[in-house]
Design a protein around this ligand. Sequence first.
Ligand SMILES: NC(=O)c1ccc[n+]([C@@H]2O[C@H](COP(=O)([O-])OP(=O)(O)OC[C@H]3O[C@@H](n4cnc5c(N)ncnc54)[C@H](O)[C@@H]3O)[C@@H](O)[C@H]2O)c1
Length: 258
Amino acid sequence: MRRFEGLTVLLTGATGGFGRRTAERLAADGARLVLSDIDMGSLEKLAAELPTETALLAGDISQESLSEALADVAVSRFGRLDIAINNAGVAQSFVKLPQVPSDEARRIIDIDLLGVFYAMKHQIPVMERQFRVDGAHSAIVNIASVAGLAGAPRLSVYAAAKHGVVGLTRSAASEYATRGIRVNAVCPSFARTQMVGDFVKLAGGNEQEAHTELTRGVPMKRVAEVDEVVEVILFAADPKNSFMTGHTLSVDGGITAI
Ligand SMILES: NC(=O)c1ccc[n+]([C@@H]2O[C@H](COP(=O)([O-])OP(=O)(O)OC[C@H]3O[C@@H](n4cnc5c(N)ncnc54)[C@H](O)[C@@H]3O)[C@@H](O)[C@H]2O)c1
């Protein structure tokens, strides 16, 4: 039997770097997918390439109504929600704290922190109901960051949001540990996705300087490949990984080891 055979997985930020690859791997491993991102056209294009059943919903994750609708769609379309991967997120301008425009700070918190809160708020009751009814176990995987585990110079608000995601993860993990719901966070350092491109742009466009900045303090002296991060997302989601909850999995080339 394939690793995620017959399971319903909800994935946000589905057409981005980690999202797309995660969707491809889950589909190949037998999952049915509820996919969400901002742009419906990109979602449809992705779904057309996946060898599985999909339900698509476009919208802004900073609006609670999207998360409510996503949990509803999982149930109405597939009858259940087994795994949720809360992955949508945005980068911030690469500047010191006083230079972060307050409107931008609010936007980062709205998307990167409250977006995950709204998602969990509507996913947990569905999962808990399944546990009550048939003892089913489920899993939530939040994509945080190494910036959620330690300070991140020139990424202060992003770091605050990702620390918040770690706080939500640990708290909900302990609240639902006896209710069949595992909650873990994956904490990547920089990986080769559009988000790194965005950091380069937000840092003023000097790619070499940005790359030096991004790999400073990384023992492996490189950024991650997307597949190296997706492997850990799938590990956290895998039902066989049944005793791990409230954990933060660093995928960071050794940053947090020193
Ligand atoms: N790439 C990295 O280096 C890195 C490192 C650490 C953590 N992360 C985290 O990984 C996650 C995925 O990032 P990625 O690298 O794949 O970036 P990405 O930019 O390729 O993908 C992010 C996706 O989220 C979507 N999104 C953004 N704002 C949204 C909103 N308001 N509503 C709905 N969808 C929205 C985007 O459309 C995009 O498809 C993010 O939470 C990010 O913070 C990334």
